[in-house]
Every structure is written in structure tokens, then in C-alpha cells.
Design a protein around this ligand. Sequence first.
Ligand code: FAD
Length: 396
Amino acid sequence: MTEKIGVVGAGIVGLAVARELAGARGAEVTVLEKEGRVGAHQTGHNSGVVHAGLYYPPGSLKARLCREGVAMLKDYCAEHALPYREVGKLVVASTRAERPRLAALAERARANGVPGIAELDALALREVEPHAVGVGAVHSPHTAIADFPAVARRLAVDVAELGGSVRLGHPVRGIRQGASGVEVLAGRRRFVFDRLVVCAGLGTDAVARMAGQPGDVRIVPFRGEYYALGESARELVRGLIYPVPDPRYPFLGVHLTRHIDGEVLVGPNAVLAGAYEGYRWRSFRNVGQILRWPGTLRMARHHWRTGVKEVYGSLAKAAFVRAARRYVPELTSADLHRTEGGVRAQAVARDGSLVDDFAVDVHGDVVLVRNAPSPAATSSLAIARHIAGIVPAPVR
Ligand SMILES: Cc1cc2nc3c(=O)[nH]c(=O)nc-3n(C[C@H](O)[C@H](O)[C@H](O)COP(=O)(O)OP(=O)(O)OC[C@H]3O[C@@H](n4cnc5c(N)ncnc54)[C@H](O)[C@@H]3O)c2cc1C
């Protein structure tokens, strides 16, 4: 009998997993998505950067699946005529004090097998980005941009072509594991699967609780706000200009990113949100739940300085302008216009540490993706292959 597998979440990770299970494993796959379209949350609200793998500790899942994912995504985009452009990334040190961290980043990138890494001085970096300034930079010429929502839409078509279905408007409301499989209540319907894979992003904790597996990490939502450059200022940025990251923090700092549609964005910052889907300052829907997790307050105590800076940056446009002008001084406040942001699903442990690597748990017939933050969009096809390898084979 054909194996029946349910997938919760039609973001890029859930859809990639569904395609892999329907294709390589030949399962009958049903994707259950609460929204009326695919890629409605993180997949549709991000920087659109195909990360080359500079940042991640060698040997980590992020390091491995990012490199594998880039190659798979590049081929996938070529195969389906989806946009993919290697615009290149410049990580710029703006002070001499940042130089050792920049050198360490170049070393890590090489250890991860990122091709074409070059260390540039103040003059050479301007050949790559003529309007950027800094004391030095690391150049990653193959870092690319893609249209992740378009990739997600294409993956959904693949799932259908492989005999699966993507059920939009089907919020998962209950899960029960029993001898005859995993019973799932979604919308008004009841489904029975042999296996269930949960790729619910910001909704992970709620679905994990339904499955009786709250676990020992929780999703903490971090809003990422962006400004867009006006048309006349866009030519000041050719590709991607990033700061040297703070190694104590998983976020990359406000950067300038050219998008596939030609728009250039400045951002995102990282502000603790009061709701899982807290796209606005006024969203406090889940604040009680977020603050009840001991890890949230421990994390806030540990990172309070950065937190205060990020909140200031969220409230004051001047902080964003300053961050952008640090790398491209010709930009002025009039060039930046507030635009739509996103919310990151970042797992935080009980001790307040931010879970750095991708994390996937198996509980009987239920596989839970606990942490799939950036670069999970880049890595989605490789994450899918990894997950397909750990979804237990049917014994019934
Ligand atoms: C501001 C920002 C910038 C980023 N920049 C980059 C970048 O440049 N490059 C990169 O590689 N990554 C980036 N990322 C990370 C990347 O977007 C995510 O890692 C990736 O999209 C995760 O995909 P996903 O499918 O796990 O989650 P999502 O896209 O969030 O999908 C989860 C889905 O589950 C659904 N769901 C939740 N609960 C339920 C339920 N109960 N029932 C049914 N459905 C449910 C949701 O509606 C949603 O559609 C960024 C993220 C953010 C927020």
C-alpha cells in the first residue's frame, strides 16, 4: 500500500519536503497550510539572498546543507526558468577593530568550501561596489539572489504533478498518534497519515504541543524591518553589502540587498516581537506565552544592549540611515522608505541561548522541524533530502 505522509506548512521547507517525499520516496503526500496561499510567512518576507555558506560553523548542519542547498537551488531555478542571479556579496569592515573578525570569516568561508572567496583592501572593494567604503572586505562572488516565493509556488506545482495535494486554508487544530497512524484535524476535515512532518515555522510550538511534544526549546519571534531605496539611489548598490557579523548573535546585521525585481532593501534589524506573526509594533497577541518561556527573559538579560539598540533602530529611521551610510555614505534619509518586514522563527533554549543550527526531532511517526531560520530558504532542497532520510520507514 502507498505510504501516506502529511506535511504541516506550505512554506519553502514544507513544500520541498513534500516534493522530496512524493518524488524520491513515492509517498502519497498531503500538505496542510492554514493560509490561503503558499509562502505566506517567512518564505514570502525575507532578504531573498541565496547564502553561499560564509557564516556557519564548519561541520554544522547549516554549513553542510547550505552548500548542498545552493547547488540544488541553482539547478532547480535553471530547470524551471526561475530567476537566480549571482550578484555577489561584499562583507565590509568599517573599522580596523573589525579586521580580525573579517579575517576569521574568510577562513571559515574557505573551510566551508565557499568558492571564489577574496580578501579585498579599501581600494579593491570599490571595484566591486563603487559607492561602498570600508577598511577591507571579504568578497563572495557567487552569493546570489532568487525569488523564494516563486520557488515555493513551483514546488507546490511539483507536489501536485507527483500526485500529492496542497490544501490551503487548512489550519491544523489537533494531532493524535495511534496504532493506525497519525490522525490530524485540519480545518473541518480529519486526515489519517502513516507519518507527519511538521514544518510550521512561527507556528511550530502550537503544532508541537498538539502532537504532545512541546520539547525543550521554544520559538521566539524576531521581527525584521526593512527600508527600500528610492529609484534614484538604487544604482548605488550593485549586489549585496553586509556588515561584519557579531559572532555572539545569529542575525547578520542591517545590510543592503538588491532584489530580483531590482528593488534595493536596507535591513532587517531584529526586534523581539509580541506575537508569532507580529509584523507590526502593535501586535501583542502572544506576548504572555513568549514571556512565560524562561529562555526569553534569560536571552533578553544576556542581549539587552543589542536589544535596546535594535528597538531604537525600529523606532528611529535615523538609526537605519546611519547603518546604511556606514557602508554607502552617499545615501541620505530621503532615499529610504519604510517597507514590509518579516518575522523570523528563532528557537531559544531554556537557558536563553539561541539555537544556532537547524534542528529536527523524531517522535514516533511525527517529525518536527524545531529550528529552520536563515539560511533555510537557501538550503530548503537539501534540508528536504536530509529530512526524507530521517522520516522513519513504514513498518505497518
Ligand atoms: C526577515 C527575514 C530575512 C531572511 N532572509 C533570508 C535570506 O536572505 N536567505 C535565506 O536563505 N533565508 C532567509 N530567511 C529565512 C527564511 O525565510 C526561512 O528560514 C524559511 O523561509 C523557512 O521556511 P519554512 O517553510 O520553514 O517557514 P515558513 O515560510 O514560515 O512556512 C511555515 C508555514 O507553516 C504554516 N503553518 C503554521 N502553523 C500552521 C498550522 N497550525 N496549520 C497549518 N499551517 C501552519 C504557516 O502559515 C507557514 O505558511 C529570512 C527570514 C526572515 C524572517
